[in-house]
Design a binder for this molecule. Structure first.
Ligand SMILES: [Fe+2]
Length: 200
């Protein structure tokens, strides 16, 4: 466990971890594993103890002063590397257009609304990218979005504070991912900062 992590966590979270570890132990193929994770995460974010605990989680969203987003880090699996994060955004908070590199991201909305937009990227002669919105979904409490590797997207919080619990196949900071600036240029980023937080 990373420094600052505490076990046991809330019972619904321990149950989630046990069931996720079993998917790895049983050799469930990657795409199926994350589709099953969608259901497990939906159960976790519906749990009354988790919801009550979430009321105290601090806002972690984009900080324009430092140009950084941070996530709460609840758990990192010592054997399989998956992590449980939370992202808490103030009303109107958003993430610039980005992908999550080689990682899978399972995104469960616990409170508030998120508009999730997927893009097609077309590279121009000057090397920059034109983005076309190809799909947009409003995710409401209880909804879980599965984001496969390399999918280009952005997330916009609605009119109230939003709380999401995020499961990632590997911890942000352990891989490279891309962000796309307003002018279409592509930059490499290392992903959100990780702030250990006890879910117990
Ligand atoms: Fe994202």
């Amino acid at each position: 466990m990373p420094d600052g992590m505490t076990r046991p966590m809330l019972p619904a979270v321990e149950k989630f971890v046990t069931e996720m570890r079993k998917l790895y132990e049983d050799g469930v193929p990657e795409t199926d594993r994350w589709e099953i994770c969608r259901g497990l995460l939906a159960d976790m974010i519906a749990d009354p103890d988790v919801k009550a605990h979430a009321e105290a989680w601090p806002v972690t969203g984009f900080n324009p002063k430092t140009d950084k987003v941070s996530n709460l880090l609840f758990y990192e699996d010592p054997d399989y590397g998956f992590v449980i994060n939370a992202l808490i955004k103030n009303p109107g908070g958003y993430a610039m257009i980005h992908d999550h590199g080689p990682s899978w991201t399972i995104y469960g909305v616990l409170r508030g609304e998120e508009r999730i937009v997927h893009y097609d990227a077309a590279q121009r002669a000057d090397g920059k990218f034109d983005m076309t919105e190809k799909h947009a979904d409003i995710c409401r409490p209880g909804d879980v979005d599965v984001v496969p590797p390399r999918l280009i997207h952005s997330e916009y919080a609605g009119a109230e504070k939003s709380i999401a619990v995020i499961v990632r196949s590997q911890r942000s900071g352990t891989f490279e991912q891309f962000r796309y600036l307003e002018d279409g240029s592509q930059v490499v980023i290392r992903g959100p900062e990780q702030a250990p937080y006890a879910l117990s």
